[in-house]
Write a protein that binds this ligand. Structure first.
Ligand code: FE
Ligand code: CA
Length: 494
């Protein structure tokens, strides 16, 4: 033993569990757990010595941990910001479990998670929520507090988990919501601190502690309008952008309950994946940012010209597209849920006769959407329902084949509103609604989330909205409910 100074080098600081706990990607026999040691989460190193610490985890059937069924020890390494992602196996299907971590004398808070039912076994119901777009500077997370009080089996987070942009010096949500560091995130340390700042939010911690999450990033988790290996519609230097992308994905992995298969390799990350929920649902998660063609040049809203119509343009990349279609074709689930980022609905935003589309959405990739909707029209997979985010609006749409709003309905799409992010162009969307009867419901004026209750008979989507996004204690109210009946294409008011 050295002297006092020497023995304290590399000692574990007090209060390492500042960022809460989380779980994700459940199977019928396990789940991945998450926490990160960060006594000073807003410092570049999280306030941790640059060495590995052994973290113990426990899984129990009860919240008091009198019936501990699995335990283990995992290394929290400085290379991954002292985050841990132990993958628990040997659990029973379709059960609730409680979990916690310990390092030295410090105990984490307790999280609740669930395993999925065994693939193919009869299941009576699934409660699934969808979240997106939680800009810290734009509001408080009353929607997440409300979600944490609901009994969901699983939560989909379809992106814009953090926002890379610096944001305002005086955020509407309050001085304590100013982004730290107060600059656009570009380096690994920037993205780590961004995630850490978001995870200090008590309501976000509560949402994670309440249910397992399935997470996929969208553009702002890296940079707005990211497309494939290019940033901001290709305006970034490609070589530099690869470094930024690698930094953003690494921080995303470090802060979310993702399996080892998602560990980033430089600027790449394996994110599209699927889950079986008994005989009731197959859940496919798409990655519509990493493998897409660049958006067409010019303004965000424009008519689709020859460049947009190029059949070589892709939203998913060819490998993921084939994986999606194969997965829909082979599914034995009664419901085929597809979680993804940007809306699939064809949405003509033109004020006049000429159709105008948002070039960042599937609308800017019409050939890719036609391949998907054509497959849905011909192969008729059972009960396809798309769940998206990104739009900062709640929206329920009939998905029609091709770009024709009057074409045959092939699927339904449900979007919950943003958790907190503001909507900039609500008036444009509202003015365009008469031209878009396939959009059955639209609300861009309120923040919130989507909660789905899925049974063999129907999928009901409840759209929850917060009264005041600037108030963490805001009431959260049910604003609308829409349902899809088993075997019937198209959504109806519930
Ligand atoms: Fe967003
Ligand atoms: Ca987005």
């Amino acid at each position: 033993m050295g002297d006092d100074t020497g023995s304290r080098v590399g000692a574990l600081p007090d209060h390492p569990f500042t960022l809460g706990v989380a779980s994700g990607d459940p199977t019928a026999d396990g789940v991945v757990l998450w926490t990160r040691l960060a006594p000073e989460p807003l410092l570049p190193d999280g306030g941790m010595p640059f060495r590995t610490f052994a973290v113990d985890w426990q899984v129990a059937t009860d919240e008091a941990f009198t019936d501990v069924v699995r335990t283990g020890t995992v290394g929290a390494h400085p290379e991954l910001a002292h985050s841990v992602h132990p993958e628990v196996t040997g659990l029973l299907p379709d059960r609730a479990y409680f979990y916690r971590f310990r390092v030295g004398p410090h105990l984490s808070t307790t999280g609740r998670t669930r395993t999925f039912p065994r693939p193919g076994t009869p299941v009576r119901s699934l409660r699934l929520a969808t979240l997106s777009c939680q800009n810290l500077v734009a509001g408080r997370f009353a929607a997440l507090r409300h979600l944490a009080g609901q009994d969901h089996d699983v939560v989909l987070h379809v992106g814009d988990y953090v926002y890379e942009a610096r944001g305002p010096a005086e955020p509407v949500a309050g001085a304590d919501r100013r982004h730290h560091p107060f600059r656009d995130a570009t380096t690994l340390e920037d993205y780590r601190m961004r995630h850490a700042q978001y995870r200090l939010d008590a309501d976000l911690q509560a949402a994670h502690a309440a249910a397992p999450f399935l997470c996929v990033p969208d553009d702002h988790d890296v940079v707005g309008r990211m497309a494939g290996p290019l940033g901001r519609n290709g305006r970034d230097d490609p070589a530099l952008f690869r470094r930024r992308l690698a930094a953003a994905y690494r921080a995303y992995y470090e802060h979310l309950p993702l399996r080892r298969t998602a560990l980033p390799r430089g600027p790449g990350m394996q994110l599209y994946r699927r889950f079986e929920y008994g005989d009731l649902a197959r859940i496919s998660l798409l990655d519509t940012r990493q493998h897409r063609s660049p958006q067409v040049d010019g303004p965000l809203f424009q008519p689709n010209g020859p460049e947009a119509l190029d059949p070589a343009r892709t939203m998913t990349g060819p490998a993921q597209e084939q994986w999606l279609l194969d997965g829909l074709a082979s599914s034995t689930g009664r419901w085929n849920l597809v979680g993804q980022q940007v809306y699939l609905a064809a949405l003509d935003l033109g004020a006049g006769e000429e159709p105008v589309f948002n070039t960042d959405k599937w609308d800017g990739y019409p050939a890719a959407r036609a391949r998907l909707t054509g497959f849905l029209a011909e192969a008729r997979p059972r009960n396809p329902v798309f769940l998206a985010g990104d739009s900062h609006a709640a929206m329920v749409s009939d998905i029609t084949h091709g770009c024709d709003p009057a074409g045959p309905v092939v699927a339904t799409e449900l979007l919950g509103s943003s958790v907190s992010s503001a909507k900039g162009n609500t008036a444009t969307f509202e003015a365009a609604l008469p031209k878009n009867p396939q959009v059955r419901y639209y609300n861009g004026r309120q923040r919130g989330y989507l909660s789905c209750t899925v049974t063999p008979e129907q999928l009901r989507g409840d759209l929850w909205f917060v009264d005041d996004v600037l108030d963490a204690g805001s009431p959260v109210r049910l604003g609308a409910s829409w349902a899809v009946q088993d075997g019937v294409l198209g959504a109806q008011p519930a």
